[in-house]
Design a protein around this ligand. Structure first.
Ligand code: FAD
Length: 306
């Protein structure tokens, strides 16, 4: 079975690796080994490999930059399909850009700035790929993917299918793709003409704000919890006196309580125990039940009664 998959992957110019530590592929620097990883250079390769995975019933994890993941210490049993970040976006016309979904948000937003197109400034400091960002409807500083996304190309088996953004049910850190599991392999954005210098100035302002407020010096997956309606997760956690609270090397950041950081050799179990303590304390003290924004891979950690 594995031979058909790796044979096709090789024929399409993909990278293949076995027993890859997920800690090396995630911004949290946490996670045990994945059985197999295939790095996909383009839509054609992604479609061919996905078709075989589907036909052979492989358990799949679609991976972008691993910046919103907490992977189990035992890793992932199956194949990690990672979109390469090696290609450039393309300008389609006056206001539209398209790209392979492995392109990172910082490079996409810089490309747009250099082209004199405004709308993607919000994304310049989000360290994810376009595919992961569409799935999560990533956003910051008042903007989100839904504001600028025109359409995506997704995979159904070995077929690439174009879908308008309006059909993705994009909401706060949500898309329909979370239910369907269909991977995004390309995206088209509709932006507006703007002044490159003004766009650059706004990007610098946003990157500076991030450096000042976020613990970027430590590995993390960004905000660990979603923003509960009417509150900020970080403010609630701080209000409960949990800033700096740690389990092993996993710590509620002393700089921004919405982040859980890895101070060195935190395990997934450490983060899980810490997150559960935070959830229970915040629920007990404020009545608000925090929901994780970070995607948990490998196990179901949160007990149903929570
Ligand atoms: C320091 C820091 C700051 C951050 N700031 C923000 C922020 O301001 N706003 C924000 O929204 N997020 C933020 N994040 C979180 C994260 O960067 C975003 O959620 C990002 O969109 C995830 O993209 P990714 O490529 O890293 O996805 P991954 O972490 O690789 O994957 C996340 C989810 O998307 C799925 N996925 C990945 N690629 C695809 C694909 N091609 N098709 C379908 N599904 C796919 C994965 O299976 C997984 O379920 C931050 C993270 C860090 C570490």
């Amino acid at each position: 079975m594995i031979l058909a998959l790796t044979g096709a992957a090789t024929a399409y110019g993909c990278g293949i690796a076995r027993d890859v530590p997920m800690a090396e592929l995630t911004s949290f620097r946490i996670g045990g080994p994945a059985d197999l990883m295939i790095t996909l250079p383009d839509v054609e390769a992604a479609a061919a490999v996905n078709g075989i995975c589907e036909a052979e019933n492989w358990s799949r994890l679609w991976l972008g930059r691993g910046s919103n993941l907490l992977v189990s210490d035992t890793g992932f049993r199956g194949v990690v399909l990672r979109l390469s970040n090696g290609s450039m976006p393309k300008r389609l016309d006056e206001t539209r850009l398209s790209c392979f979904a492995g392109v990172t948000l910082p490079s996409l937003s810089r490309f747009a700035q250099l082209q004199g197109l405004t709308g993607l400034e919000f994304a310049c400091g989000i360290p994810g790929s376009v595919g992961g960002a569409v799935l999560m409807n990533a956003g910051a500083y008042g903007g989100c993917m839904a504001d600028v996304l025109e359409s995506v190309t997704i995979l159904r088996g070995d077929r690439a299918v174009d879908v308008p953004a309006a059909e993705l049910e994009l909401g706060y850190r949500h898309s329909k793709l979370m239910q369907t599991g269909e991977p995004v392999v390309a995206a088209t954005f509709r932006l507006r003409a703007g002044d490159p210098a003004a766009i650059d100035a706004r990007m610098t302002e946003l990157l500076t704000a991030r450096r000042e407020k976020q613990p970027l010096e430590y590995p993390s997956a960004g905000s660990f919890f979603k923003r509960p309606e009417g509150y900020f997760a970080g403010a609630l956690i701080e209000q409960c006196g949990l800033k700096g609270y740690a389990v092993g090397d996993a710590e509620v950041s002393a700089k921004h309580a919405g982040f859980i950081v890895n101070k060195g050799s935190a395990t997934c179990t450490d983060v899980q125990k810490l997150a559960q303590h935070v959830r229970r304390t915040v629920k007990h003290e404020t009545g608000v039940l925090l929901q994780p924004e970070v995607r948990l891979i490998g196990e179901d950690w949160y007990p149903p009664e929570d």
